[in-house]
Design a protein around this ligand. Structure first.
Ligand code: BG6
Length: 462
């Protein structure tokens, strides 16, 4: 009898432990039949399935959404097998094929939870595995290391796998509040009618992380904040915030609307007025980081979307590691009111860790006075019950892949356009020999990022 396999390349990596195993555990603990497959963990380390599962147990305990129970873990771990192999050695794939055949594993989902430079070699290796080409593949971002490598990779993958079976993951698209942006925008006339440059002065997208690179120096040092976060996660958010109303709420219509935003990105002319890069103090001491590395761990950008809706409304984007907090939010800053003393209205979409919506507006101070003060309405939705009921990003996306739903995955043309923008930005930055600003861990990043906005009369909403 043939069975289905979910194979993870990079099975001993941080992503697998922190995100993938907890997601698969949650699916198993909630009796989701979509997760009813054998989980094959590929890793180089000398583990047995038992030692691997003992490690997995600790990570699941720490990171799963649903409470850990011995009973649920027992059911879940019965489906896990550890397979030791060096996935960069093509010769080993013949043995992998024999292993699948012995276990009658013929229907495949492959998860490439490895640095992008390994995608191509794994895809090559899989040509030695029967039925692999009919299987599905989930690729972690970033897809490629720049536009050229992404193009080569895309051709290679689409030659081997069927294009409809390639799932390019961007786990931000699985986050609850990112999925909520459309509803918030389009089902509330109080927002949808004002969602344009006539009423909106600027938009800010901030993704702060308090952690550093967590032992991922090998990958991160060749990547940096622009490639690791902006090209994918933050451009996805940008295009959902800025897109036109999709004709239908269908996958294709939404992609088309997002693509139109990326196509309308104004080419950068003056990089000094558009980009600030920083690096946290102590980055050079991180494992696998080059001693003189110029890789940025912080980026702040100012960009424009040249279409009628957003004409001359700046979009500010910033992200960084080792900052003073872990927080992702989108701030919509409305144009000032006619009354001089009234503050600007601000709408904040809170993505993480708190999920919700914050609205700031003006009211008269209670009492015998005409003073104007700000009312701050703060709606928060991630209470304990909602958290238990809301699948996490990876859980949603793995399930969507199993169910052939491609709505919330990155599409090739989006990737191509965003690489194009980021590559050019990098080139200009290097060409102008702009400095990389140091910042202390536990701060909001380099001061120069504040300057970037101050020059234009704006400031970050913190
Ligand atoms: C990953 C990046 O895609 O996203 C990491 O490679 C980053 O560097 C992570 O830490 C952040 O994800 P989240 O879900 O914790 O915001």
């Amino acid at each position: 009898m043939s069975e289905s396999a979910f194979t993870i390349f990079g099975g001993t990596g941080d992503l697998t432990f922190r995100k993938l195993l907890p997601a698969l555990y949650n699916m198993s603990a909630s009796n989701d039949s979509a997760a009813d497959r054998q989980i094959i963990i590929i890793g180089r380390r000398n583990y047995s399935t038992e030692t691997y599962c003992a490690k997995a147990r600790e990570w699941v305990k720490q990171f799963s959404r649903l409470p850990y129970t011995d009973e649920d873990f027992k059911v879940f771990s019965k489906r896990i097998s550890y397979y030791k192999m060096d996935f960069t050695d093509i010769a080993t794939y013949t043995s992998l094929n024999a292993y699948y055949q012995k276990r009658h594993l013929t229907e495949h989902i492959f998860y490439f939870a490895v640095a992008p430079r390994f995608f191509s070699i794994i895809a090559d290796g899989l040509t030695n595995v029967a039925n692999a080409c009919h299987g599905k593949v989930i690729l972690e971002k970033p897809f490629g290391e720049d536009l050229d490598s992404a193009k080569v990779l895309n051709i290679q993958l689409e030659t081997f796998f069927n294009a409809k079976n390639i799932f390019r993951i961007d786990h931000y698209l699985g986050k609850e509040m990112i999925r909520n942006i459309q509803t918030l925008r389009f089902s509330n006339p109080i927002f949808s009618n004002l969602w344009n440059s006539r009423y909106i002065e600027s938009v800010q997208i901030s993704a702060f992380e308090d952690i550093g690179i967590e032992g991922r120096g090998g990958y991160y040092d060749a990547s940096g904040a622009l490639r690791d976060m902006v090209q994918n996660h933050l451009f996805q958010i940008l295009s959902i915030v800025a897109m036109e109303w999709p004709e239908k709420f269908s996958t294709d219509a939404m992609h088309d609307a997002q693509i139109r935003v990326l196509r309308a990105l104004r080419p950068v002319i003056d990089v000094r007025e558009s980009l600030v890069l920083g690096q946290y103090e102590g980055y050079h001491q991180e494992k696998l980081v080059k001693p003189q590395s110029k890789t940025e761990t912080y980026a702040a950008l100012r960009l424009f979307i040249d279409n009628e809706r957003w004409w001359n409304t700046p979009f500010y984007i910033r992200t960084g590691k080792k900052l003073d907090r872990r927080e992702i939010k989108i701030a919509i800053i409305f144009r000032p009111a006619f009354l001089e003393k009234a503050a600007q209205n601000i709408l904040i979409i809170k993505i993480q860790p708190s999920e919700g919506v914050y609205l700031q507006f003006n009211i008269k101070k209670p009492g015998d006075t005409d003073e104007i003060i700000q009312a701050k309405m703060d709606f928060c939705q991630n209470n304990y019950v909602n958290k238990l009921n809301t699948p996490e990003a990876y859980e949603r996306l793995i399930k969507a892949c199993i169910n052939n739903n491609k709505s919330w995955f990155s599409q090739w043309d989006q990737i191509e356009l965003s690489w194009n923008y980021i590559d050019k930005l990098h080139e200009l930055y290097d060409w102008e020999k702009l400095p990389l600003f140091r910042y202390k861990a536990g701060t909001t990043g380099p001061q120069q990022a504040n300057e970037l906005l101050r020059r234009f009369g704006h400031k970050w909403i913190d």
